[in-house]
Design a binder for this molecule. Structure first.
Ligand code: ADP
Ligand code: MG
Length: 310
């Protein structure tokens, strides 16, 4: 593009709430074969709300020797939620915030964690008044010697509803399950349909589990085979690389700190609206609004700019 044509393109882009980081980006954006969307915060609002609290314990806990011991709280669900929320106070993850907010809404008294560890992509471990507490996925439990199997039926039920279900263990025993749900952004489905109509493949990338991811993918019209779930933050870039290894040029759309390496790896990285500074920094294009439909604008503006130059 000539500098003048590029200037025109960039100006059009800015008035549409789409910011291209350089002249070459305008050229590159029309070359893509596939678009990969991050799930949470990109296709969904990223505002998680606590939806379920399930206790897996008998009404009276035993100390292992079969002697009944008194529980720290009135009822079993309250115990599960208070223990999970107390532990999650140390985390800034949206899932953690939904659990803490859910407990606060229910007026539960929370403890302050004295020790806290974040296990990226898996959950958290904390020491609180309730004891050593783990909150996270099946892998977190297995890695810590807790068998997640007794919760499997509950997990499957919640995940099929598109919810993120998290296991809660206290002092090495599985005590319950909490779940949080997000809502899909209004324009996600129509945008994905429009992208597919253009002959581009659409993928979803998430750290969330396969079943939840597929339920959300079905809502927005993404093929289940195009869902890459359970991807650890550090592996998101590799997932993009893998798609690109077939020769496809990928546009990655994401919002989070986790997405930054994938945004850099992709042919075109697009940071969405309220995304973190880290994501915006890594991206080639920034969407000023939180609207997936603006991804179509990126392609259209790019195509229009090239046409004018030729
Ligand atoms: P996403 O890509 O959706 O942002 P993450 O990679 O951060 O997800 O986390 C993947 C999974 O690890 C979550 O779906 C959840 O099961 C578990 N997890 C991560 N952080 C936490 C947390 N603070 N509390 C409970 N579970 C968590
Ligand atoms: Mg995200």
């Amino acid at each position: 593009a000539t500098p003048a044509a590029t200037m025109v393109g960039s100006t059009i882009a800015a008035t549409n709430g789409v910011l291209f980081k350089g002249a070459d980006i305008l050229e590159r954006a029309k070359e893509i074969d596939a678009i990969v969307f991050d799930k949470t915060g990109t296709l969904t609002h990223g505002e998680l709300a606590l939806t379920d609290v399930v206790s897996l314990e008998d009404p009276v806990r035993t100390d292992g020797a079969g002697i009944a011991i008194e529980k720290p709280d009135r009822d079993a669900e309250a115990f599960v939620l208070a223990a999970a929320a107390s532990a999650e106070r140390g985390s800034e993850h949206p899932l953690a915030q939904s659990i803490v907010a859910g407990a606060t809404d229910r007026n539960l008294a929370l403890a302050e964690p004295t020790q806290f560890e974040n296990i990226p992509g898996h959950g958290i471990s904390a020491q609180t008044e309730f004891g050593k507490t783990l909150v996270g996925n099946r892998k977190l439990m297995r890695d810590n010697g807790v068998d997640p199997q007794p919760a499997e039926e509950e997990l499957v039920r919640l995940e099929n509803e598109g919810k993120t279900a998290m296991l809660v263990a206290v002092e090495g025993s599985l005590v319950g399950v909490v779940a949080a749900a997000d809502t899909v952004r209004e324009s996600a489905k129509t945008t994905i349909e429009a992208i597919q109509k253009r002959g581009l493949s659409v993928y979803m990338l998430t750290g969330d589990n396969e079943r939840t991811a597929r339920a959300v993918a079905a809502d927005v019209g993404i093929d289940p085979d195009n869902v890459r779930a359970g991807v650890l933050p550090a592996d998101k870039a590799d997932a993009v690389d893998e798609l690109q290894s077939t020769g496809d040029r990928v546009m990655m759309v994401g919002d989070g700190v986790n997405d930054a390496p994938a945004l850099t790896t992709a042919h075109i990285g697009v940071a969405i609206g309220s995304g973190t500074d880290v994501a915006i920094e890594a991206a080639d294009v920034t969407l000023m609004r939180d609207d997936p439909a603006d991804v179509l604008k990126v392609i259209r503006i790019s195509e229009a700019t090239i046409t004018k130059v030729r």
